[in-house]
Design a binder for this molecule. Structure first.
Ligand SMILES: [Zn+2]
Ligand SMILES: [Zn+2]
Length: 384
């Protein structure tokens, strides 16, 4: 048998082997370092929204706390700047404790950890120090793992992301207009719309960072929301219609020319018209039937017949084809004083006048006070 020795330190293969490329285990690891990353890594976070670049795209941070965001952005930048020897085909970022405990790594793989050491500043640019450690195996004969570590500095500067540049510059792409059919938007509807819009924007912004609201304008007839993205305006419009019913339409207005692409630039208006009818309205159809509106939403209206108290759901198509319309009505409270077979007698609670009306097909009780509406000279019991 031929005795072989490490050409670098002279140890015999028996004591320091097996030899790899003529080197003992210790010298092989020392001569083939795997961690090849810069000593200083740079990143930036948006001073307005806290976003930072991850895999080439601006993303929102997980936290709202500046110190947390700085750490988050710093660690993302660190993980994206890890460079390892080409013989490492795969690596996994693990906690410092996990890498400490690891004593087996498959050939061609590595574990990397970042141990936060210190933060050198209290304001931008933040400078963070990390100990980057790697354990790797790059050769099948390797018995001793690579175990290298290095202190890397992360500089986090402040910037304004492209989205916020647009936002701060007053940019908007679409106007979401909220109106009511045939009337002004009521105060309580304005509040409800604002709540729906707020919730919908929160949801949309998770996917579409341009979905911001630049400005909200209260108009006599309704509300205008100036939005950063057309797609977001459409989604928010749909949320309003889902809850309140109504129709969405779009219009485009030529606002100028894009100098770079020499294409015409249009501004989109997305208009939601919520239904004319509201809960509590009294309406009639072409056949003269009178209903109370019990519920209005995206699917249609729940109507209660004032004649017999039965409830019916009508989708919006049916509502339109029936030509339903609001009717004028008088309403007062009256107490039932007697119930006969075909007739009931009531007393107006304000004037104490008594009157009779046809007995409705639902239960009415003597001594109870009801709201009575009068439509086209005919009286109906609305409810208790
Ligand atoms: Zn050696
Ligand atoms: Zn931003």
């Amino acid at each position: 048998m031929i005795m072989r020795f490490c050409y670098r330190c002279g140890i015999s293969e028996e004591d320091g082997g097996p030899l790899i490329d003529g080197l003992c285990q210790v010298c092989f690891v020392r001569e083939n370092p795997v961690l090849k990353m810069p000593d200083v890594v740079e990143t930036a976070i948006c001073g307005n929204c806290g976003s930072y670049v991850r895999a080439g795209r601006w993303v929102d941070p997980q936290s709202y706390d500046v110190e947390d965001i700085v750490r988050e952005a710093g660690e993302v930048a660190l993980s994206e700047s890890v460079r390892l020897d080409e013989r490492v085909r795969k690596f996994r970022i693990v906690a410092p404790e996990e890498i400490e405990a690891a004593d087996e790594v498959p050939v061609g793989e590595a574990l990397v950890s970042f141990e936060f050491l210190s933060r050198h500043t209290d304001s931008f640019p933040f400078i963070l120090s990390y100990r980057v450690r790697v354990k790797a195996r790059i050769h099948p004969d390797q018995r001793i793992l690579h175990d290298e570590s290095r202190v890397v500095e992360v500089r986090v500067t402040q910037t304004v992301c492209p989205r916020c540049q647009k936002f701060l510059g007053g940019y908007f792409e679409a106007i979401l207009q909220v109106r009511a059919e045939g009337r002004k938007l009521a105060d309580d509807e304005r509040k409800r719309v604002s709540r729906i819009v707020e919730r919908a924007v929160d949801r949309v912004m998770k996917r579409d960072r341009m979905g911001f609201i630049q400005d909200t304008i209260e108009k006599e007839e309704g509300l205008d929301f100036y939005m950063g993205s057309k797609k977001a305006a459409r989604k928010v419009a749909q949320s309003i219609v889902n809850e309140m019913g109504g129709r969405i339409s779009e219009s485009y207005e030529l606002v100028g020319m894009d100098r770079q692409t020499s294409r015409e630039v249009y501004r989109t208006s997305v208009t939601v018209r919520i239904p004319e009818f509201r809960e509590g309205d009294v309406i009639s159809d072409t056949g003269g039937r009178v209903f109370e509106v019990e519920k209005v939403d995206g699917s249609g209206m729940q109507l209660k017949s004032l004649r017999d108290g039965s409830s019916v759901h009508m989708d919006w198509k049916t509502v339109r084809s029936r030509e339903l319309k609001n009717v004028e009505f008088e309403e007062r409270e009256a107490m039932v004083t007697s119930v006969q077979r075909d007739e009931i007698q009531l007393m107006d609670m304000e004037s104490y006048e008594t009157f009779e009306m046809e007995r409705p097909p639902f239960d009415v009780r003597e001594g109870e006070v009801y709201r009575v509406v009068k439509v086209d000279g005919r009286r109906y019991i609305r409810s208790r």
